[in-house]
Ligand binder design. Structure first.
Ligand code: CTP
Length: 400
């Protein structure tokens, strides 16, 4: 089989050097990559680097190898075009259909999915001109990844950093796997909770659970790849931020509730993949709890945490908001799942069986998605991304 053909457009920003890492990941995972830098990009990383890492010729202009008509052929034959970093200038040219170099010509001739990973200073990203250009590109079906927040060139920090190349690669992988399909979550805001809450006992101890957060991260990543604006409320995960996802770190169930409710106010869908502690210690000891010789330990008194899923399902922040819960069960999986769906009042409940070596911390998952409308969608054993895609398929169906 021919290798999938990827065009890596690189425009002129300092983050161009990070595109070398993305290029490596693409070539090492079996893609044929043609790098198309802009002339400005070559100020940051030279053509020799792009050519050596991709194994393909590199040019910026339409005047090289004219007999091969590269300004048309490169775009026509691509399975995916990813522009990383995409500067404000490149986004503007793409939005307005300008074609004054090889990259902009390629963007006009490509009929495959296009991913932009913008990187620029916060002021440029927030300028109304850039906002409108991004909106135009998204409306036309391109995936424009939200920049990360953090250190920018120089001493300033803010929104505008290129996301981690490993995470841009994940977006490319998802978009490629889905083929030429509309980013069906474009224009939608979705909220995902992930990980496991920790309920502190004293400054060094907590009650927690074994949720890794991987399923929630897979949901966030796939939603971003399908064009959504994603808020990921992450409880104690330690995983890298997915590209284009707004990550809100939390610790306890009470903090998670606050963050989820705030983000859900304008959300089209909320997916509660986090393992939320049902109880927390009634008291928190400001100093470390010491053992007392010859005495039995004091019992730990627990109080209930709010049931966030039930609360959000009963009192939707927006009409038509889709609410999805997860149920990890060890016994009587189906009966418990059905009862829980009714009890929680959500639209969909993803039921999976947990136990030794099952689900927690693993890369794979197997589940049954129960719908409040009586539907049952089995998801066979496979990567957590596959389950995530099924969840979004069902959400999109309900949103439309
Ligand atoms: N959940 C929640 N708030 C809680 C507990 C759970 O929002 N206080 C959400 C979880 O994020 C998950 C779903 O509810 O989406 C199911 O969680 P689970 O702990 O399995 O349900 P419980 O109601 O706690 O049922 P049980 O402990 O009886 O199995």
């Amino acid at each position: 089989m021919d290798k999938p053909k990827v065009v890596l457009g690189v425009s002129g920003g300092i983050a161009a050097y990070k595109a070398c890492d993305l290029l490596r990941r693409l070539t090492e995972s079996g893609h044929d990559v043609r790098v198309v830098p802009t002339a400005s990009a070559l100020h940051f990383v030279g053509a020799a680097t792009w050519s050596a890492l991709s194994g393909n010729p590199v040019s910026t202009e339409v005047w090289d190898d004219v007999h091969e008509v590269p300004h048309v052929r490169i775009g026509q034959h691509a399975d995916l075009v990813v522009v990383a970093p995409a500067t404000a200038d490149t986004l503007a040219k793409a939005a307005h259909g300008l074609a004054d170099d090889l990259l902009t010509n390629t963007l006009l001739t490509a009929r495959c999915p296009v991913v932009f990973a913008p990187a620029m200073h916060t002021e440029m990203w927030e300028h109304p001109a850039t906002r409108e250009n991004v909106a135009t590109l998204r409306r036309r079906g391109a995936v424009v990844i939200e920049p990360a927040v953090g250190r920018l060139t120089g001493v300033d920090t803010g929104k505008g950093r290129l996301p981690d190349p490993a995470e841009i690669f994940e977006v490319c992988r998802h978009v490629l796997a889905r083929g030429v399909r509309e980013p069906d979550l474009a224009g939608r805001h979705v909220v995902v909770s992930a990980g496991g809450t920790r309920e502190p006992l004293d400054p060094v101890r907590f009650l927690g659970n074994r949720s890794s957060g991987k399923q929630g991260y897979a949901l966030a990543r796939t939603a971003a790849a399908r064009g959504a604006r994603v808020t990921l409320v992450a409880a104690n995960t330690g995983l890298p931020d997915p590209a284009g996802v707004d990550v809100v770190p939390v610790g306890t169930a009470v903090q998670l509730r606050e963050a989820v409710l705030k983000a859900a106010a304008d959300a089209d869908a909320v997916v509660m993949a986090a393992a939320v502690a049902d109880f927390r210690p009634e008291t928190y000891a400001a100093g470390k709890i010491k053992k007392k010789d010859d005495k039995d330990p004091d019992p730990i008194v627990l109080v209930r945490n709010p049931d966030i899923l039930a609360e959000m399902s009963a009192d939707r922040a927006r009409p038509g908001q889709v609410v999805v819960g997860f149920a990890a069960e060890t016994d009587d999986v189906l009966a418990n799942g059905r009862a829980k769906l009714r009890r929680k009042g959500c639209d969909l409940l993803v039921v999976n069986e947990v136990g030794e070596r099952k689900t927690f911390g693993s890369e794979e998952n197997e589940a049954l998605v129960l719908g409040a409308d009586g539907s049952e969608t089995p998801v066979p054993h496979g990567p957590k991304e596959a389950l995530a895609e099924t969840v979004w398929d069902l959400v999109v169906h309900r949103l439309s």
